[in-house]
Design a protein. Structure first.
Length: 322
């Protein structure tokens, strides 16, 4: 969004969260150990940051927080009760992840951002929105020369410290970053060094929540697609620009955000990350091969690999792979 613009209305398309778990049906799925959120159009509807990266006045804080996280056009959708309460629901969801999941998963932000202050700018925006206390780390990619701070982590005393994640050793694709997180968690969560949480774990234990479907895929031959993720749908919003001469022009722009169109997004995400680990399928033979396709509730299984897709629209029908 540019200066002189205002948000008018969406078109009523629901941004229903779609959560997917894929893997081998004959291997037990591990519990969730880390939940990683994108910032732009996932935690935020769109992201607005001050040039300085700080929000010293209350006027500035309210402007940037409301512009980034709230839903001024929610009244156009009769099935929502959002108003200006989206931030409250977002905090409630993050609080439930922190307080009710046992063992508590690590919670982080992984985002692409070109602000000169890097992770510090993300930290200050989340702090202004009273969201930062629910996260353990912030990672900003890529890290061009001259930009400050690729990462931030929350110390046990709740203070935040800046650090440099190991982006230089891996491709700049989110699945590769999360694979590195799973193998060397203490390099990405420095506060977990010498703790049990710093022990390597499976990539299947990480859930990425993002609006860009390309962020679930990698060009790496070892990681084709993330095994667990939740996709936030984008939706069109009509924008109007007020020019200096008083004239107006309109265009359609995409926006996103968990819960931006329906409160069901929060419930669906919590249901997905809280789900008990899947046991190996009874349809596996002694060699660990899957014997066929079948339907089980809201889950659908295909061939020898599992493609478990959670949808809000009802059950999926199982089909064999061609």
């Amino acid at each position: 969004m540019r200066a002189g613009e205002e948000m008018l209305e969406g078109n009523g398309i629901h941004a229903n969260l779609r959560c997917v778990q894929a893997g081998n049906l004959c291997v037990a799925a591990p519990p969730v150990k880390a939940i990683v959120f994108d910032l732009d159009m996932t935690l935020s509807i769109q992201t607005f940051m001050s040039d300085s990266g700080y929000y010293d006045s209350e006027e500035d804080r309210l402007f940037y927080v409301r512009s980034s996280f709230e839903q001024p056009w929610a009244g156009a959708h009769a099935d929502t009760k959002l108003g200006t309460g989206r931030l409250d629901r977002l905090r409630e969801m993050l609080r439930e992840i922190n307080d009710t999941m046992s063992p508590r998963p690590a919670v982080a932000v992984l985002t692409r951002n070109n602000h000169p202050k890097g992770a510090l700018a993300v930290l200050k925006l989340l702090e202004a929105a009273s969201l930062v206390q629910y996260f353990d780390a912030i990672w900003v990619m890529p890290l061009p020369a001259g930009r400050l701070f690729g990462g931030a982590h929350r110390r046990p005393n709740q203070e935040w410290a800046m650090f440099e994640p190991a982006f230089h050793r891996i491709p700049h694709e989110k699945p590769d970053v999360l694979d590195a997180v799973s193998k060397t968690p203490s390099e990405w969560f420095p506060q977990f060094h010498a703790q049990q949480a710093g022990v390597p774990f499976a990539l299947e234990s990480i859930v990425l929540v993002d609006d860009d479907p390309l962020n679930f895929e990698s060009s790496s031959k070892d990681i084709k697609r993330l095994p667990r993720y939740c996709e936030v749908a984008l939706y069109p919003v009509l924008m109007t620009t007020v020019h200096k001469d008083g004239s107006r022009s309109e265009r359609v722009e995409k926006m996103g955000g968990i819960g931006a169109q329906t409160d069901l997004d929060y419930d669906e995400l919590l249901r997905f990350v809280r789900a008990k680990p899947q046991k190996p399928s009874p349809f596996c033979n002694r060699k660990g091969s899957y014997l066929g396709a079948y339907q089980l509730g809201k889950y659908s299984d295909f061939g020898s690999t599992r493609d478990i897709t959670s949808t809000l629209g009802g059950n999926q029908v199982a089909k064999p792979r061609s």
